[in-house]
Design a binder for this molecule. Sequence first.
Ligand SMILES: [Zn+2]
Length: 504
Amino acid sequence: MADSKINEAQLDAQLAQLEQARPWSPRVMSKFETFIRSAADFDLFRVNPVQFAAERAIAEAEGLDIFLHAAKVGLFEMDWHVVCPHCGYVVDSMHSMSQLRPHYRCPTCAAEDDYALDDYIQVAFSISPLVRDIQYHHPELLSVEDLYFNYRLSKDVLSPVPALPSWRDLIMHITKDLRYVQPGENVTAEFELPPGDLRVTDGRACLQLSMTDEQNDQPSVIPIRLVDGKFQSDDLRMQPRSLTRYTAENQPVQFGFDLARELPSGRLTIELDNRQDHRSALWIFHPGQLPIPVLVLRPGLSGKKLLTTQTFRDLFRSEVISADETLSIKDITFLFTDLKGSTAMYEQIGDAKAYFLVRQHFDALSRVIRERNGAIVKTIGDAVMAVFDNPADATSAALEMIDALNQFNRTISQELILKVGIHRGHSMAVTVNERIDYFGQNVNIAARVQALAEANEVYITADVFDSPGVCDALKAHDVVAAEALVKGVSEKLHVYKIGHHHPA
Ligand SMILES: [Zn+2]
């Protein structure tokens, strides 16, 4: 059921553009159009493209592609959002990657975290208001329940307790009070509370009251004012405070509250005075003594996955990380290639012919990288640096590159011989020369491992070899374990040399 208006002319024009963008598998375009026309408003808000594809039996890579192209032609708007691992609320949402920062404080629960591009930085797609107007384009018109339980809460949080239907239900269960407070309005909320934490937020500021094991004999009264997006109180025991709480695994989590205090448990009255010239969305919830959860999200388009998607690199070249920021990636796979003996080739056949061949070799490699869900970071002379989300994809890509080049060699008089290296690990993503690039020891190691390879060889590190799916990808090849000392790394590296393909 469609609950909002569609701009037919706009939709037709942009669907036509999308159809031309690349060849699509049968039925993909029609599934996409049906979705835009008939999905409920909420389903068109922050669409998770991985889930979209899975639910419609569309290959994941094509699912990502259709949303990236749809964003490019203006059907959808790309939304980078940061999800709080401890409450599941959207900490920040932005239209451009350049607005991302590595450190956030959650406005809903006050948890402070450093964010890596792997997990809690997600990319989703909302229908453009020019194509179809949905109610989530106008959060100010939503009911306060819709605002907190649909709009601000990530759609992708999985329940940490399998017996419970959803995280959303658990959030609703611990909600003590939820209402809009008009400018100048005073509200009073009364509770009877056991020991544990009570939090108050308006979606920007957050305060915490911690009930101790002591029981009060008369009600505690907490006066609070909302001024300029901040909580204030005349209760002098209410102070800005950093607190540590622990997860079930006993990992510390830092919280930075605008105001916090301890008080005996029992009867409590909160008096809130909204001294702002705009409405406040007040939410009071009671995590009590629950350990701090570390929430898991459904598979989706993480920032890392987007960066390792060639279509994103092609369509959104100007999308970069802010020049002042360095974003961490916990685990990414690097593949380096180089051509053997290219200097001699330039010497033998001349620059123009040699460069022509090198260009064709780049085309062949980039086809393989795209097909294996990777992205080219840059070329350095005759060398290619590429990134992959999945080490098994990188390994298959390396083997297919060598095959592709051997095929290509049959059509030319000159032989192009490839040497490939792969490594995975933590890295830092930055912008250099208006392009996203990667830094860190693991990038250096990947380059050094590539330098170990001889003609038609792939070297992978033990970290890659031990990854899921890699052994399968290698099963028709000679694999030799070795140890290598490389420049800049003090310990010997465990590496594997992947040699010739066994004839079937
Ligand atoms: Zn939070």
